[in-house]
Design a protein around this ligand. Sequence first.
Ligand SMILES: [Zn+2]
Length: 216
Amino acid sequence: MSKTRKRCAYCGEENATDDEHVFPKSLYPESKRRPGLQLLTVPACKKCNMSWQDDETHFRNMLVVAGKPNAPRLELWDSTVFRSFEKKEDGQRRMKDLIGQFEEIIVDGEVRHKIYPAKDERVVRVMRKIVRGLCHHHELATAVTEKRIWVDVWRYPIQSEFYEAMTCDHREPDIVEYCYSTINSHEIETAWLITFFNVVPFIALVSIKENGFVDR
Ligand SMILES: [Zn+2]
């Protein structure tokens, strides 16, 4: 066995024994799991790897109900999401976690329900983890701490010039597309736009300093 151990992309410790999926594997429905599907992975230690599992299931459930569904989302809803609610050990909790995020709004005099993924701490935590993994994968930075990352849902139309200045990629375009740009000014290192299921766009900024967004 090799003596040199890989460093964990998240905490930087020289004890990475696992390959962690940058984008949770549970976002990919059965029909996508064909041979040749390239999921993005980075080295991670057991401790980091284990720490997101529960939040990642909740993250998937939240994204599957946010906004207008596309085909992979409908498939996920009908298969794994629905099954997760039927599980004896934690199905009820999962459903409550999700419903607890619904807010009533009135549209044309009618009660509707809406969710705000960026207000949900667990969704934000998984988003931060995704950005940390992407920073490592693209060799922009490694072992980026959670505190350096600010995340929100992007609510405005995106100008095409904005995209032109960014490097864009995807891991199955109807599951996740992402773009990034190195800024290195105004205390911001990189900016990210990450869109799930063609409909839920997140923006994330990585600060140069630790606690760079404390006052924002
Ligand atoms: Zn680690």
